[in-house]
Design a protein around this ligand. Structure first.
Ligand SMILES: [Zn+2]
Length: 245
């Protein structure tokens, strides 16, 4: 029996007392039925929740839902769930994960990355930094990596002048159009966060113009993925509704 390790990114109520669980694993997205897990007495009541790392034994069915036979709790991320700022950040990360979960090109890398980002957020006071890093590094996993090393237009590696937002890459002296260039300091942050290994990033890293950089990355998602992070943010919508009433 081989247990499947995964992080729960979404759950949906199913029938009277069951849930459909969506997990990210090293082999991709797995959906499975947690039978009876909404019964208070069920051992899985607290385990089969969003933002939980588990190992499961699965009864694979060809013509119906896979059924969860047994579960083992690996991490319930209680430090995240008990801190509203961390929780909000992680829910936003999971929302992006849900939207793009079927378009990820390399699930092994993604799973390790998501796991590491959650570990960073557990121990960080600068949660927004890790959300920004998540969005930036996801570009690679979604197959729309920015081109930093050569001119996106002609391929030359010399005399690169700046980053062209419209083309998603650097442009050389001959190809560039000053009006379309990304502001230099935003570019430096973007490139640094894209290229620095997550392991080497510490809370103390200094990001000038953080909000501007964040806005730039959101507009990158909108242009290249047709996805508006700000308007589709469920958590903010809930917060707004709550503060109005
Ligand atoms: Zn060029």
């Amino acid at each position: 029996m081989e247990l499947i390790e995964g992080i729960i990114i979404k759950t949906q109520k199913y029938k009277e007392d069951s849930k459909i669980i969506h997990l990210i694993t090293k082999n991709g997205l797995v959906c499975a039925l947690g039978r009876g897990c909404l019964k208070i007495k069920s051992k899985n009541f607290y385990i089969l929740q969003e933002i939980t790392k588990i190992a499961i034994d699965l009864h694979v069915k060809s013509n119906s839902f896979n059924i969860i036979k047994s579960t083992k709790l690996l991490d319930n991320y209680s430090t995240i769930k008990l801190d509203s700022k961390k929780l909000e950040t992680v829910l936003e990360i999971l929302e992006i994960t849900n939207v793009f979960s079927e378009h990820i090109t390399d699930y092994i890398t993604f799973y390790i990355f998501l796991n590491d980002i959650l570990d960073k957020i557990k121990n960080s006071i600068n949660t927004n930094l890790y959300k920004l890093i998540f969005k930036i590094k996801m570009l690679y996993l979604l197959g729309i990596a920015p081109e930093f090393s050569s001119c996106i237009n002609c391929g030359k590696k010399n005399n690169l002048i700046g980053f062209d937002f419209e083309s998603g890459g650097m442009k050389c002296e001959e190809c560039f159009d000053i009006k379309k260039m990304l502001k230099y300091d935003i570019f430096v942050n973007f490139k640094t966060l894209y290229l620095t290994k997550l392991y080497d990033i510490k809370d103390e890293i200094n990001i000038d113009n953080f909000d501007e950089c964040d806005n730039f990355v959101d507009s990158y998602y909108e242009k290249y993925l047709g996805y508006n992070i700000k308007t589709s943010n469920i958590f903010k919508k809930i917060n707004n509704t709550a503060s109005r009433s």
